[in-house]
Design a protein around this ligand. Structure first.
Ligand code: NAD
Ligand code: MG
Length: 298
C-alpha cells in the first residue's frame, strides 16, 4: 500500500487482484457495507493546491470513483458539492466529513438525477452556495447486467439512458451559464464504450453516447474557454459492480483480464479527474483519458 499517490511501486501488486469476494447488495449499495472495502484515497491522496478555491460539483460523490474525486478535489483546495441518491446518505456523510477535514466546504444535495428538475436544482444549489461552477464532474451511473435482450425491459433501458446520458446533458446545460473561462466539464465513460460486453447492452450504449456528446460539446464551448473532457475507466472495485453491474459469478475474477492483472481502485482514477479539472490541462479539450489497467483504447 502506498503512503501517497507519488511513491514508486509495482502497479501489478499495488492493490488486490483476483480472487474478489462474490459479495452482493441491492443497487445502489453502500461503500460502507462492502466486504472488501475499496480504496478512495482516504489515507493516501496528497493534494498540492492544484484546484485552489475551485467550486466543483461531483455526481455519485458518495462512493466509488466519485468519492475518490471528491476527496482529491478537496485536498487540492476545492469546495465540493456532493450529489448522490437519498438512500446513500450514510456514505455521503462520510465524504462530507473528509472534505471538511481537508479544510474545504462540502454541500450535500441528494436527489435522483434521472429527473431534469433534480439536475437543475443541483446547479441552483451550487450557485446559491458559491455563486458559480468551476468544475462539473458527471460521474453518477447505472449499470445492470442483463444476459438477453428479451429480458431487458424498456424501464431499465430508459432509466440507464436517463441516468447516464440525459443527466449529463441536463447538468451541462444548467451549469454552463455559471461557468467562467477556465471552467471544466468531465464526463465519465468506460472501456465498455469500445469493448461492449454482451450483457451490458444499455450501459455500453450510454458510454459511447457520453463520448460523442462530450467531444461535440467540447468543440462548441471551447471558444468560451470551457474545456470538456472524458475519463474512461476499466474495471474498478466499487458498489456499482456488486449491485448487479456484473453477474455475481464474474466477481471473483473481476479485472483479472487486464494487462495489469487486477481491478483498479477508485483512488487510482482521481488523478486523471484532477488533471482534467486543473489549469495543467489548459490545451486539452475533447480528449479521453483511459484508466483501464492497460486495455488499449482505440
Ligand atoms: P458507484 O456505485 O460507487 O457510483 C455510482 C453512483 O451513481 C452512485 O453512488 C449513485 O450515487 C449514483 N447514481 C446512480 N443512479 C443515480 C440517480 N438516478 N441519480 C443520482 N445519482 C445516481 O460506482 P462507480 O463504479 O464509482 O461508478 C461511477 C462511474 O464510473 C459511473 O458512471 C460508471 O459507469 C463509471 N465506470 C465504472 C466502472 C467500474 O468498473 N466501476 C468502469 C467504467 C466506468
Ligand atoms: Mg454510491
Amino acid at each position: 500500500m502506498a503512503t501517497d499517490q507519488y511513491t514508486l511501486q509495482d502497479p501489478t501488486t499495488q492493490y488486490p487482484g483476483p480472487q474478489f469476494p462474490a459479495e452482493q447488495q441491492q443497487a445502489p449499495g453502500l461503500a460502507s457495507e462492502m466486504d472488501l472495502k475499496p480504496d478512495h484515497g482516504e489515507a493516501t491522496y496528497r493534494g498540492t493546491g492544484r484546484l485552489q478555491d475551485r467550486v466543483a460539483v461531483v455526481t455519485g460523490a458518495d462512493s466509488g470513483i466519485g468519492r475518490a474525486v471528491a476527496i482529491a478535489y478537496a485536498r487540492e483546495g476545492a469546495d465540493v458539492v456532493l450529489s448522490y441518491l437519498p438512500s446513500e446518505e450514510q456514505d455521503a456523510d462520510e465524504v462530507a466529513r473528509l472534505v471538511e477535514e481537508a479544510g474545504r466546504k462540502a454541500v450535500k444535495v441528494p436527489g435522483d438525477l434521472s429527473e431534469e428538475s433534480t439536475c437543475r436544482e443541483l446547479v441552483d444549489r451550487t450557485v446559491e452556495a458559491f455563486g458559480r461552477v468551476d468544475v462539473l464532474v458527471s460521474n453518477a451511473g447505472k449499470q445492470t447486467a442483463v444476459e438477453e435482450i428479451a429480458d431487458l425491459t424498456s424501464e431499465q433501458f430508459d432509466q440507464t439512458l436517463k441516468t447516464n446520458v440525459y443527466a449529463l446533458f441536463w447538468l451541462a446545460k444548467a451549469a454552463l451559464p455559471h461557468m467562467r473561462p477556465g471552467a471544466a466539464i468531465i464526463g465519465t465513460s468506460s472501456i465498455q464504450a469500445y469493448q461492449p460486453s454482451p450483457n451490458l447492452l444499455d450501459y455500453a450504449t450510454t458510454k459511447s453516447a457520453i463520448n460523442t456528446f462530450c467531444k461535440a460539446l467540447a468543440q462548441q464551448v471551447a471558444p468560451k474557454g470551457v474545456r470538456v473532457n472524458i475519463v474512461a475507466p476499466g474495471p474498478v472495485w466499487t458498489p456499482l459492480q456488486v449491485t448487479g453491474g456484473q453477474p455475481q459469478d464474474n466477481l471473483p475474477e473481476f479485472g483479472g483480464q487486464t494487462p495489469l492483472g487486477r481491478a483498479g481502485q477508485p483512488a487510482e482514477l482521481a488523478p486523471a479527474f484532477v488533471f482534467l479539472a486543473s489549469q495543467e490541462s489548459s490545451y486539452v479539450a475533447g480528449e479521453t483519458i483511459g484508466v483501464t489497467g492497460g486495455s488499449p483504447l482505440p
